[in-house]
Design a protein around this ligand. Structure first.
Ligand SMILES: Nc1ncnc2c1ncn2[C@@H]1O[C@H](COP(=O)(O)OP(=O)(O)OP(=O)(O)O)[C@@H](O)[C@H]1O
Ligand SMILES: [Mg+2]
Length: 228
């Protein structure tokens, strides 16, 4: 049912990576997940063509500005979760997807360019929410953070977002080889070969913390009537 979109017009902010982590972890918990692959690079569709994709993940690959609303509606009627990986631009397709979403996740690296992209996305979400006369739950997800140090740049970004009243995920997506390798090897994160890929268990733990928060945010949105 719930529709979760990943948006930030800044290229390379981590939309595709975090969308796949969410879908992978939800599927490993047994949920049916449809991924709408609206990224022109089609990384997730390519991942889906590799061996090891679980049968409870469906991927919709041919997505256009005209078709996306219908495709989201159909997917939401069939799957327990719909995950949308959006393109790295601000387009009508992105606006349409946001208008259909129960939760918009804004992946952001600790750079001012990414932060500007995040701010643009938040303005878009607020406009879509006004047009739809409903709140659209959203939160920034810090990505590619260091496993070793909590950097001052990241702390500053968190503080600035807090001060601006913008929700931020407590968990951030740490820079991990496993998050790149899953796109090469296919299958779920937890199925990656521990002999070939380093720190798989830590990567899984990080993804679980993030997905736990996604589920909590969806519950909170449902409690306030944003999700039926
Ligand atoms: N947490 C991470 N750990 C390691 N590599 C990462 C991580 N997040 C992203 N990357 C790498 O950074 C690059 C950009 O990430 P990704 O493709 O997820 O961004 P995107 O926002 O979807 O980009 P686009 O706007 O082009 O669609 C990719 O090569 C990806 O493998
Ligand atoms: Mg992408």
């Amino acid at each position: 049912m719930p529709v979760i979109a990943f948006a930030n017009p800044k290229g390379g902010a981590g939309k595709t990576t975090s969308a796949l982590l969410l879908a992978s972890e939800l599927a490993s918990r047994g949920a049916s997940v449809t991924i709408i692959d609206a990224d022109p690079e089609k990384w997730i569709s390519q991942w889906g063509a590799l061996p090891g994709r679980p049968t409870n993940i469906t991927i919709v690959s041919e997505v256009t500005e005209e078709s996306i609303v219908d495709q989201i509606e159909t997917a939401a009627a069939e799957a327990q979760f719909v995950v949308i990986d959006l393109e790295g631009t601000a387009s009508l397709m992105v606006a349409n997807a946001i208008g259909m979403s129960d939760l918009v996740i804004i992946p952001t690296q600790g750079s001012s360019m990414d932060a500007k992209g995040a701010a643009k996305t938040i303005r878009l979400i607020r406009n879509q929410a006004r047009m739809a006369r409903r709140d659209i739950s959203h939160a920034v997800l810090l990505t590619r953070t260091s496993a070793a140090v909590a950097s001052r740049a990241i702390r500053n970004v968190r503080e600035q977002l807090d001060q601006a009243g913008i929700p931020v995920f407590g968990a951030s997506i740490i820079e991990r080889a496993a998050y790149r390798d899953i796109l090469d090897y296919g299958g779920l994160l937890e199925d990656l070969d521990r002999d070939l890929v380093s720190n798989v268990d830590k990567a899984v733990e990080n993804a679980r913390a993030f997905v736990g928060e996604v589920v909590e945010r969806l519950k909170a949105a449902r409690a306030t009537g944003e999700v039926e």
